[in-house]
Design a protein around this ligand. Sequence first.
Ligand code: URA
Length: 205
Amino acid sequence: MDWECLRAICEDCHRCPLGQGRTNLVFGVGNPRAEILFVGEGPGEQEDLRGEPFVGKAGILLDKMLACIGLSRKENVYIANIVKCRPPHNRDPLPEERTACLPYLREQTRLIRPKIIICLGKVAATTLIDPNFSIMRSHGVWYERKGFWMMATFHPAALLRNENLKRDAYQDLLRIREKYEELTAETKKEPPVAETDGKKEETEK
Ligand code: URA
């Protein structure tokens, strides 16, 4: 399935009751070839009105967090959510809503082929990494799953509620930058050049 087709299916989706309440579908934003995919929980009021993830207060903080490690939603990351329609009163998406929406995120992941997936907060981490995931205990830890490097860190809304978490969140960000550099350096590496009969040839990997 290509992006256009996937978006069209999502725009029309009523696989769970959240589809009835949406003003706009919040499909995702960013570079469709990004090396890093950030996943939040679900759209809030502002996101529902604008049809873009993380555009409210938490989104402004997320953009600052990305900028502090040289990333931006316009250039080198993709941002999506576990559910694409706003849960009423910003409650956590229910297990059946997550299950209904997850195939769309899986398809986006297949199209993007990111190297790194970052779960923003508990809803994303318990859905994508481990149902018993504890952010306080296991934020900043890398998990290698199905060919992706995965980590969970604090949701920016949690950082707005509790400033004391920002130090730990910053350490997580540095680890993300470090992994990003490590993995992109591997792909950027020029193949070694060997001399043969005065001609330069690329050696096989
Ligand atoms: N919180 C989320 O988890 N996702 C959004 O898109 C906005 C706020």
